[in-house]
Design a protein around this ligand. Structure first.
Ligand SMILES: *Cc1c(COP(=O)(O)O)cnc(C)c1O
Length: 525
């Protein structure tokens, strides 16, 4: 209504369920309140604070003095508060309900973690404080590093990367440094990436200057050792392999892959985003990996997906350990030191300004200590059990991507069962929104047609899973009955209907511009 930039701000005109199309005077729907941009609701007449007029002064900015008004929106405190609270309510989260987004491990972040992260000794410190005043925080980082190495069976870890993709970059930069140290940097410039990989893998390899060579997965969704051998050569620097992989399957040939890669003089980067399926069950170091990132925000429950920043420490094999980035922690006598310069001399440099995501380290460590080794192993077992429960309960109506094969932490379906129904994977996902469920991951991994990837995680109770499964079964029966209207325009009950996603991606409106310039009189306010 207020927006003049081509974004529809009125609820979608829908063809289906009559009452959903009914308009309201305010555009609010039930207690879901329509919210304009802060620039559209704020004006020049209000302010949340009371500041004295500044005394007259002569600015000395010369040519840098602002010539036009800044145009910030003015709102009272309650208006501001309501704006942000309403926006926060539009952000679906694991705290609001089941969030089965495959490959994302949207698990519960226990409130104990929050309490620990807010302790003043962790929450109120500054990265530039003298190290002698933050010994406890360094101790926590060191203890977390110890347990990450213990759980993965490795001897070094770089704690600073701030996300999974950032960890990939860190690990691949260590590999590049190791190859340079061997004097082979011109010769080895290819990275093998299976075609089931997460898009960040080829993106990382390409970003730091490698050429990507795709390795096809076999029909059962895993990588065959023969395919890896065929792709290996003296030009190969590394393989990037996800295990368990993005099809939710454990790579059975992983040890043979590691041996073949090492025999060819290359390194094994493992994408560890799916570590939640095997914590306490298998140690990636025993499988022959050289580097692996761990998404603390997936496996160790720290909030993500709009709820908080990530953290992607990378464990390293002995062969790569000397190339780990700065800073790292050393112990001298009783005190801990953050080694900021030089180190052993072979560090590839640094990839963050400071030491990593302290708040996330505290949450992940609190999660580990409160669960214990038995609790973490059980979390992995329950995550796998829940995924298989969903897989089995939906297999008679939907098409499991790999037959009756047991999956790890996520269940993958193809769109085979939708063929000829007029309903697509996207339609099905949108109809889930009407049922109050965040959709699963769709159209990923790319090797499965119309993929639907469900990862319930261990956080869900049996009752919660049963309700989710019944909702999906009800939708699947509607597909089979030919009730396509329930899908093709969905979501009908959301304040926004189906958006033109292609146009949104191709012509995004990322900047708000005022309709008329602010006048000098307004600017003087
Ligand atoms: C989530 C994920 C990543 C990237 O992790 P971010 O923390 O989002 O950068 C990489 N690979 C796989 C398989 C993932 O699931």
């Amino acid at each position: 209504m207020l927006n003049n930039q081509g974004r529809p701000t009125a609820p979608h005109e829908s063809s289906a369920p009559a009452q959903s199309a009914r308009k309201t005077f305010t555009s609010n729907r039930a207690l879901q309140i329509e919210e304009a941009l802060i620039f559209e609701i704020g004006g020049n007449s209000a302010t949340g604070v009371d500041i004295d007029e500044p005394a007259a002064f002569a600015p000395r900015l010369g040519a840098h003095e602002r010539a036009s008004p800044i145009g910030l929106p003015g709102l009272s405190e309650p208006e501001t508060l309501r704006h942000y609270v309403r926006l926060s309510q539009k952000n679906y989260s694991i705290d609001a309900g089941l969030y089965p987004l495959g490959s994302c491990t949207m698990k519960h972040n226990p409130r104990l973690n929050e309490a620990m992260a807010r302790l003043p000794g962790f929450g109120d410190i500054h990265p530039l404080q003298p190290q002698s005043t933050v010994q406890g925080a360094l101790e926590l980082i060191d203890a977390l590093a110890h347990w990450l190495m213990t759980m993965t069976g490795t001897h070094a870890v770089a704690m600073t990367p701030k996300a999974g993709a950032h960890g990939e970059m860190c690990g691949m930069m260590a590999i590049r440094a190791a190859i340079e140290a061997r004097g082979e940097s011109g010769a080895r410039n290819v990275v093998l990436v299976p075609d089931s990989a997460h898009g960040t893998n080829p993106a990382t390899a390409a970003l730091i200057g490698f050429t990507v060579r795709a390795v096809p997965a076999r029909d059962d969704g895993t990588l065959a050792i023969e395919a890896v051998q065929a792709a290996l050569g003296p030009d190969v620097a590394a393989i990037m392999l996800t295990n368990p992989n993005t099809c939710g399957l454990f790579e059975r040939d992983v040890i043979a892959v590691a041996e073949a890669v090492h025999a060819a003089g290359a390194y094994f980067y493992c994408d560890g985003a799916n570590f939640n399926a095997i914590v306490g069950k298998a140690r990636p170091g025993d499988l022959g990996i050289d580097a692996m990132h761990i998404n603390l925000h997936k496996t160790f429950s720290t909030p993500h997906g709009g709820g908080g920043p990530g953290a992607g420490p990378v464990v390293l094999s002995d062969r790569l350990a000397p190339f780990a980035p700065l800073p790292f922690i050393t112990r001298a006598g009783g005190a801990l030191r953050l080694e900021e310069h030089g180190g052993g001399g072979q560090a590839f440099g640094r990839i963050t300004a400071f030491h990593g995501q302290m708040g996330m380290f505290v949450r992940a460590y609190a999660y580990m200590l409160s669960h214990g080794s038995d609790g973490m192993r059980q979390a992995s077992e329950d995550a796998v059990l829940n995924a298989n429960y969903a897989r089995v309960c939906l297999s008679d109506l939907m098409s499991p991507a790999f037959g009756a094969r047991t999956c790890m932490h996520e269940a993958l379906f193809s769109d085979e069962w939708l063929k000829g129904t007029g309903v697509t994977t996207l339609d099905f996902a949108k109809a889930m929104i009407d049922e109050g469920y965040h959709p699963m991951t769709v159209y990923f991994p790319l090797i499965v047609h119309g993929a639907m990837l469900i990862e319930p995680t261990e956080s869900e109770s049996r009752a919660s899973l049963d309700l989710f499964i019944m909702a999906l079964r009800d939708l699947a029966f509607a597909v089979k009955r030919g009730d396509t209207a329930r899908f093709t325009g969905a979501p009908y009950f959301a304040p926004r209907g189906r958006l033109d996603e292609t146009r949104a991606a191709r012509q995004p409106v990322l900047r708000w511009r005022p309709r008329a310039p602010v006048s000098d009189a307004q600017a003087a306010e």
